[in-house]
Write a protein that binds this ligand. Structure first.
Ligand SMILES: Nc1ncnc2c1ncn2[C@@H]1O[C@H](COP(=O)(O)OP(=O)(O)O)[C@@H](O)[C@H]1O
Ligand SMILES: [Mg+2]
Length: 207
């Protein structure tokens, strides 16, 4: 069935409202078409698209502030609704929201591990800014549990962070690190990439 102009407009408005609510107003209208990655290693665009279409495992996107980590999450949200709506459930949290939510639950007497399981079963999960907030023994344990839950589902998970691979190696236990950087995952490490952005991921928005 062909999409009508009205249904496209209402779909676009819906996604843009969601982007503004989840990521903030500057990310309204983000899309893979506008995600610039020519400053990254050659072929990054194709790798991201292949990973998205595979719909399993982890995409680790590491890089300094302003490189587009949150923007990529907002653009992937648009892609999810473009390609797959309404089949998949999707959840986005940055690290402080993730732990804030768990602490709220604990103050109501909820089990932290059960809570992690409860909030980890969406099809698509985007965890933004890993390592930005806390690095207590508890938060590392909760994050490890989260990773295990995602591995168990086999569903796709995007993890972004400002830290380098080496920082993450020092921060996490070997088991967490090995799982995140397993060969089958896509690792995009943009530390050192210049902030010059002129390329585009898609030549034009998919209609
Ligand atoms: N690769 C990119 N492609 C398109 N826009 C980008 C890119 N990187 C940064 N931007 C723009 O810069 C702003 C800040 O990027 P952001 O995604 O918040 O960076 P980070 O989360 O890595 O700190 C975004 O709102 C976006 O407009
Ligand atoms: Mg960010």
């Amino acid at each position: 069935m062909h999409e009508t102009k009205t249904s496209r407009t209402s779909r676009d408005e819906y996604v843009q409202r969601l982007q503004s609510k989840l990521f903030g107003e500057p990310y309204r209208g983000a899309s893979l078409a506008k995600f610039k990655c020519d400053a990254f290693e050659k072929g990054t665009d194709v790798k991201i698209l292949n990973w998205l279409n595979k719909k399993s495992g982890f995409l680790m996107f590491l890089g300094g502030p302003g490189i587009g980590k949150t923007y990529l999450c907002a653009a992937i949200l648009d892609w999810i609704y473009e390609e797959n709506y309404p089949k998949f459930s999707v959840r986005y949290r940055d690290e402080s929201q993730f732990f804030g939510e768990l602490k709220d639950g604990m103050s109501k007497g909820w089990s932290d591990t059960k809570h992690v399981e409860y909030i980890s079963d969406d099809f698509f999960y985007m965890f933004d800014d890993v390592g930005s907030d806390s690095s207590s023994e508890w938060s590392l344990r909760m994050f490890h549990h989260f990773i295990n839950c995602r591995i168990r589902t086999g569903f796709p998970t995007v993890i972004t962070g400002n830290l380098t691979k080496e920082d993450l190696y020092n921060k996490f236990t070997d088991r967490t690190y090995d799982r995140l950087f397993e060969k089958s995952n896509l690792i995009i490490d943009c530390h050192g990439a210049s902030s010059r952005r002129t390329g585009i991921l898609y030549p034009e928005r998919i209609k």
